[in-house]
Design a protein around this ligand. Structure first.
Ligand code: FE2
Length: 320
């Protein structure tokens, strides 16, 4: 924890937020480094085989540095000129998991007013989270600002999440959560965020998941995990993208009080990723999908058979 407090790259005003979301994790002061790769040297084959197929995170330096968004989105006038004045949800606090916390203080206001508030020079926390970017949606005009990835020229549409959504913020962290399905590149268009991650191989995954999902750390409830759970910690700087695999708990905190923009780009996981039934989070995915009774109750076992076979074949072929 001392390292978190003393780290010179965190602005003073963000230290209480950083501690609120991170300090209860045992071992956070001697966290592991996320492996770093460089977009200019990275091929699709290497990215998929070394990281995606193995369900391991990596930081891709300069992944989106070539995006026009990196320069354009810094300017308030650009947003006002490109987007209509539709109503939008604005939150004056961190991004929380529970509806009660998240909806507290929510304001619906015209987009131009929201942008002016975001860029205003005061101490407020402002968050416009998870806005979808589609061809025909209300943010269609900014889609051209994000011309893809050199190391990932094409991907299949995600199974659950939107293909692209973006987060506009000042001082707003996003609490602990994990993606139960789909692959994600968290792209820092503007600003730097610190991300902590926990491997799906954590001890007591059911207990830890319940504790984090319910945001018990915000109530100062004891976290009954004494030993080091080997958290990973990484700073994602402007122009970088963090590959966040499914099943990895993570928390995201800006390191300063400046305006920032993050794009989450998602695509479909390889089938074998959904077939490792030794993984607690894979089992949880099927349980959640099948119950209560719905169309997926019949579809999920079929998917499980295919995915399980795919995982087994991969495991056996790698052994050979
Ligand atoms: Fe996330």
């Amino acid at each position: 924890m001392n390292d978190l407090l003393e780290n010179k790259t965190i602005e003073d005003e963000m230290i209480p937020v950083m501690n609120r979301f991170l300090s209860f994790i045992p071992g956070i002061s001697k966290s592991l480094a996320v492996p770093v790769v460089y977009a200019e040297n990275l091929t699709k084959k290497e990215f998929i085989e070394k990281w995606v197929s193995r369900n391991k995170p990596c930081l891709v330096k300069n992944a989106v540095l070539h995006w026009p968004a990196v320069q354009k989105w810094k300017h308030q006038e650009y947003w006002l000129s490109q987007c209509d004045n539709f109503d939008i949800n604005v939150y004056p606090h961190q991004n929380f998991n529970t509806h009660e916390r998240q909806d507290a203080g929510k304001e619906v206001m015209p987009f131009h007013k929201a942008i002016e508030r975001l860029f205003s020079d005061n101490e407020d926390t402002v968050s416009l989270p998870a806005e979808h970017i589609t061809e025909n949606g209300r943010f269609a005009k900014i889609k051209a600002d994000m011309p893809g990835f050199t190391f990932l020229p094409e991907t299949e549409n995600p199974r659950y999440y939107q293909r692209m959504r973006f987060f506009s913020y000042r001082r707003a962290a996003t609490g602990w959560h994990y993606h139960g399905i789909d692959e994600t590149l968290m792209c820092q268009v503007n600003g730097t965020k610190r991300v902590a991650l926990l491997s799906p191989e954590i001890p007591k995954p059911a207990y830890i998941t319940k504790y984090l999902n319910q945001e018990n750390y915000l109530n100062n409830e004891p976290f009954n995990v004494q030993h080091d759970i080997n958290p990973y910690l990484v700073d994602v700087e402007e122009g970088d993208a963090l590959y966040i695999p499914p099943y990895w708990h993570h928390v995201v905190v800006p390191v300063d009080g400046k305006v920032g923009f993050t794009v989450a780009f998602c695509w479909k996981s390889p089938l074998h990723i959904l077939g490792d039934f030794s993984n607690y989070f894979v089992r949880a995915l099927y349980k959640q999908g099948m119950w209560p009774l719905n169309i997926n109750t019949f579809f999920m076992p079929l998917l499980g058979c295919y995915a399980g076979t795919s995982h087994l074949i991969r495991k056996l072929s790698r052994r050979v």
